[in-house]
Structures are given as structure tokens and as C-alpha cells.
Design a binder for this molecule. Sequence first.
Ligand SMILES: [Zn+2]
Length: 178
Amino acid sequence: MKLPDYPKRDDPLREPKLVKRNQIIKRQRMLAFRSVPVKRRVWWVELTSSSVTTSDFNSRDLPSGLTFTETSFWCLSRRRAKAILAKDHAQGGSGTMYPVEYRLCNACSRVLLGPEAHQYRLKMLKPMATWTYPQGPACNMDCKPHGRGPEGRTATYTKHQPSSTGERSSSQQPRPSV
Ligand SMILES: [Zn+2]
């Protein structure tokens, strides 16, 4: 994605443009260095005069393991949530939605919401050497990797690409002692 120009001082849309620009910078850094995790959000939606079923959603819209009822549910897609709310309002409802930070634990895949997700994102920002597991920091005391790969790592079909900046702390290689 091309980085937009820095917005001018008298630009009325300066703030949203800056936010968008910073998001793009973060995403580019995340891709380049895998070091700046992007803040992800999930929306808590409550409807008052309409109801939904799972068939109203794509499989990617709904996070697994979180509440889903006909009138209140978690939705990963802001666009979908807004459309459903618009329908609710058109039917005279006063449904609401609000965002909560959302992240899956890299080690145990537990769903982290709000402050937990925020704390985990901060841990991810720290050097990989401080992480509890090679795949990420522990989300709590009981956190253990339970993937089906070796050493509980998540099995993946994507081929591992060594980065040009040098491979950091693969679990097979012993870490050089400082
Ligand atoms: Zn965990």
C-alpha cells in the first residue's frame, strides 16, 4: 500500500488522515520487521428491534468462542456490524455497537479482549528474546502452546521464509549466551 502524503496543517481532515497514515506505517513495519503488532478490534453489537442468525454473516465476521445470541453478539467486521445496526434503526430500534481491542494469544490461541489484548500487544512489542515461547509471550500464568507442531507450535502450511535481517531465535538453534 502506498503511503499517502503528510496532510497539510490547514487540512480539515488532518486528524483522520494522520491516523490512517500511521496505521499504514505500522502495517508496513509489521510486515518488514514483524515487530509492531497492529491493534485489532472486535465490535460488541446489541440490537433492540431486529434479530440476526449466523446466516447473516460470513465465516470471518464472527470470532469463535465468543457470545452469539440473536440480539447481542461480537462481530469482527465493522462494516457488517454497521449494516446490521442500520437495519435495526430502520425498524425503529436503538441498537448500539462499541469496539473492544481483540487479539489471539500467539502461544495458546486464547481470545484476549480489551485490556488483556492491550497488555499482550505491549508484550509483543518487546524483543523476541523476552518472550516466554518462541512463538510469542505467555498471556497468563497457565498459558502453554498447544499447537500440533513440534514443541506445541502451531502447525502451518505457509513455508517458513528466513528474513533478510537475520533469523531470530529459532527454537532448534541454541541462543548465544550473553
Ligand atoms: Zn496464551
